[in-house]
Design a protein around this ligand. Structure first.
Ligand SMILES: O=P(O)(O)OC[C@H]1O[C@](O)(CO)[C@@H](O)[C@@H]1O
Length: 526
């Protein structure tokens, strides 16, 4: 059995308060910096590496972080999780998203159902469905092949799958495995659905209504919006619409859908890309083999996360360094900066993953905690970000830890040498330069041109963004967030904080308002 103890009650919490701080500028300058870049690197799954040379840690701090990991029983808690303990205390649920991509421990059986087999069976059903669509065995009302798939969902039923689709779209085109174009409708803003519908050929489109709960206002509204558009186009919606939901939701077992695929209550929305939620759209877009490769990469990262030695466990190490920065260096934000245009929506996915999971003020037993928890996450692909918000990152008063992601090869492989280097080389040169600029700064007698440096970062480096490396990246961050939640002794798997706004919006629509709500409603003429 593991002990669920508040972070500030641990001996290692006190020890971390007393460690000697590392001056990033000092240690990253000159030969010492070169040595750190070689030394402070951990292999990740799928040939990637997590390099943390430019973080404010040294061997002494790492030793205390190892103690923290052991004392807080972080890998033991992970083991409890994948063996089926009720980790989500708020909703009294198991947490099984890792089981969608492989068996990590014991069989998890609930009400006589082996959960790994259930998730695999859904993937197999989706694979058969996708193959039949691609082969022209499942066709539209006119007997013609479907060419487009549209996912209708929001939050975890949108962000992860959308980020993954965009991450692999060009890779799939290059590798001749783009079977169907995908599009996504999420916002209840009517312009979102209209713009997507205007851009596609609805007669040849399949629409997946994705909602775990089957009750989300935006998704149900958009599903009805699309149904209406299909009817107006003279198309039978039941031949074009699929459902992806939990078996207990109001959307389940509904014959207005061509077919339905299931996840369950043990998969949180923001962790659902590995379940039917991601499987459906990605298998239709790229083929089931590509989805299987994505899952293989994620499973490899899940296996690595079992390692007790923090210097061999990149997601655990990343988590612990993040905790040190958040609780002892007082850094409130983290920027995710992929030097890969394909990862354009990955920061948005991580924003939900991290902030919805760890944006909590009470521990897993509902008691207030006296320390800060999850950071604010934001980000954009480099080099675009360099010409936007990096000014503040370099010279602003707030220090923001930076998470870079970079790849040696492009996905499409089309490149030109201009002034002695390819665009890919320019991209990679920029990320290397940024890490050193942030860490080491530059003295200038003109204060306006002076860079203090000392701004910490880490980088995940891979050869190429492909299904395996993408899967490993996805799981790396899921596991990092999980480990941080364990340190803070919070429940990372519920999201009560999003409920109040939803309830009040319903009251506005029902004209049941008073006080400020009534005045705002009047201002907007609702
Ligand atoms: O899949 P559902 O049930 O429609 O939920 C969508 C999203 O809404 C939330 O519950 C928060 O509003 C997320 O956690 C979830 O990913």
């Amino acid at each position: 059995m593991v002990n669920w103890t508040n972070f500030d009650a641990l001996d290692s919490y006190q020890a971390l308060k007393n460690v000697d701080a590392v001056n990033v500028r000092e240690v990253m300058s000159g030969e010492s910096g070169a040595q750190r870049v070689k030394k402070y690197s951990v292999p990740m799954a799928e040939g990637m590496a997590y390099n943390y040379a430019a973080k404010a840690v040294d061997d002494d701090i790492l030793a205390v972080l190892q103690k923290l990991s052991d004392e807080a029983q972080l890998t033991e808690k992970y083991e409890e999780l994948y063996n089926g303990a009720v980790i989500n205390t708020g909703e009294k649920r198991l947490v099984l998203h890792q089981l969608c991509r492989g068996q990590l421990g014991k069989d998890v059986v609930v009400d006589g159902v082996n959960k790994r087999e259930f998730y695999q069976a859904q993937q197999d059903r989706i694979a058969k469905f996708a193959n039949d669509v691609h082969a022209g065995k499942i066709v539209n009302g006119k007997g013609e092949k479907f060419t487009t798939v549209v996912q209708i969902g929001i939050g975890g039923s949108d962000l992860g799958p959308r980020a993954l689709y965009l991450a692999l779209e060009n890779w799939a085109k290059t590798n001749h495995t783009l079977k169907m174009q995908a599009a996504f409708i999420s916002n209840v803003d009517p312009d979102d659905a209209s713009a997507v519908l205007n851009n596609i050929d609805v007669e040849h489109a399949l629409f997946i209504v994705v909602s775990k709960s089957g009750t989300t206002l935006e998704t149900l509204t958009n599903a009805a919006f699309v149904e209406d558009a299909l009817k107006k186009a003279g198309v039978d919606p039941s031949k074009h619409m699929l459902a992806c939901t939990s078996e207990t939701s109001p959307l389940a077992n509904n014959d207005k859908f061509l077919d339905s695929f299931y996840m369950d209550d043990y998969i949180g929305g923001r962790y659902s890309s590995s379940s039917a939620v991601g499987c459906c759209v990605l298998s239709l877009a790229f083929g089931p083999e590509v989805f299987a490769r994505l899952m293989a990469g994620a499973h490899a990262a899940d296996e690595t996360a079992k390692e007790k030695d923090i210097l061999k466990n990149p997601s655990l190490l990343d988590a612990l360094i993040g905790v040190y920065e958040r609780n002892f260096l007082d850094y409130a934000t983290t920027a995710v900066l992929p030097y890969s245009q394909a990862l354009s929506r990955f920061p948005a996915h991580l924003q939900q993953l991290d902030m919805e999971s760890n944006g909590k003020s009470v521990n897993r037993f509902g008691e207030k905690v006296n320390y800060v928890t999850g950071p604010i996450i934001f980000g954009e692909p480099g080099t675009n970000g360099q010409h936007s918000f990096y000014q503040l990152l370099h010279q602003g008063k707030t220090i923001v830890p930076l998470q870079f992601i970079g790849f040696k090869d492009s996905q499409i492989g089309n490149d030109v040498v201009i002034e002695g280097s390819t665009s890919q080389k320019k991209l990679d040169a920029n990320v290397a330069a940024q890490i050193v600029a942030f860490a080491c700064g530059k003295d200038d007698e003109n204060p306006n041109k002076n860079f203090d440096g000392g701004r910490p970062s880490s980088i995940i480096i891979g050869q190429q963004l492909n299904p395996e490396t993408l899967g490993a990246l996805l799981a790396h961050f899921e596991n990092k967030v999980m480990f941080q939640g364990f340190v803070w002794n919070i429940n990372s798997f519920d999201q009560e904080g999003v409920q109040l706004g939803k309830v009040l919006a319903k009251r506005v629509l029902a004209h049941d308002t008073d006080g400020a709500l009534a005045v705002y409603s009047d201002l907007l003429e609702i």
